[in-house]
Design a protein around this ligand. Sequence first.
Ligand code: NAP
Length: 330
Amino acid sequence: MPTRWGILGPGRIAHAFAEDLRLVPDAELAAVGSRSQPRAEAFAREHGFAAAYGSYEELLADTSVDAVYVASPHALHAEQVTAALEAGKHVLCEKPLTLRAADAERLFALAKDRGRLLMEGMWTACHPVILALRDGIRDNAFGAPRHLHAEMGFVADLPPEDRLLDVALGAGALLDMGVYPLTLAHLFLGEAEGLTASASLSASGYDLDIAIVGRYPGGALATMTASLSSWSAHRAELATDRGRLVLEEFFHPRTAAFTPMTDSGAGEPLTIEGRKPVLGRGFSHEAIEFQRCLAEGLLESPLVPHAQTLTILQQMDALRAQVGVHYAGD
Ligand SMILES: NC(=O)c1ccc[n+]([C@@H]2O[C@H](COP(=O)([O-])OP(=O)(O)OC[C@H]3O[C@@H](n4cnc5c(N)ncnc54)[C@H](OP(=O)(O)O)[C@@H]3O)[C@@H](O)[C@H]2O)c1
């Protein structure tokens, strides 16, 4: 049975997701819903969706749509995921699922009550290269993890009303990008035992830059940064007692490298690939995982379990409280 997908909010990431969705077996591009009919039609034409609606209500009322991918600004996710679940849809929602953990708990309870699959679109947790590293670390293939450093950022040179700079829509480096280093640390090192942060705030009160230090099981440490103001690398590096794992580009990596430590210094680097080839830009894998869960009747993905989404949101709630970033409804 194909999964008939609807896209809610055809913005930047929805374009990238739609491109990758075309590579997913059994994915049917059923419909797109926008606040604007011409935008919906242009998106449908560009990516080959069958129907285009000028409102989200019409998209959710379309009985030919099984699953909705929510790609609006994060501050709107809670309301829109609620509407999609109440309309009987399964939902894949972009990260962060909500602004805060309490809202996500309500969504998970609603999804369970309605018997619908709800998954945060955390590509990182479904990506073949990241999964190969996670498994290798668990199997002690690279030695004992001691220090992870991961950074993610860019210069958000955008108009002030852009969702990346508008606090009312959930602006901030932590929720936009810090969520990835935190997820990587969670996947590689386990659940954080303590996290502390420092941030530089914008005039309107969101975090332009944030630096986080984390302590993880077994004494492993992580330093993580996210930035909306600097040309940061998208690099992650895990130092172990036997060598060094490097993801030069950890935003959708193609491969990773492990350099073993030898008596004379660095050994020959070993290229690590995923067990499956990376499809497209890397968004395909979260859609494939979502469809697998639907086919198997699962209401929760083992790769992106609700508890993991909640843990990371709780971490971000606490970090925001430390650095003084608040959103309406906190
Ligand atoms: N997984 C990833 O790698 C990744 C990367 C980037 C972003 N994201 C996530 O995806 C979500 C969307 O990010 P984006 O960069 O694609 O945002 P975007 O370009 O601003 O697009 C968001 C879309 O949401 C719709 N929307 C509905 N109400 C809106 C409002 N009040 N203001 C602005 N837009 C509104 C708009 O479409 P219509 O008006 O046409 O309905 C808009 O095009 C965010 O939660 C973000 O964290 C994920």
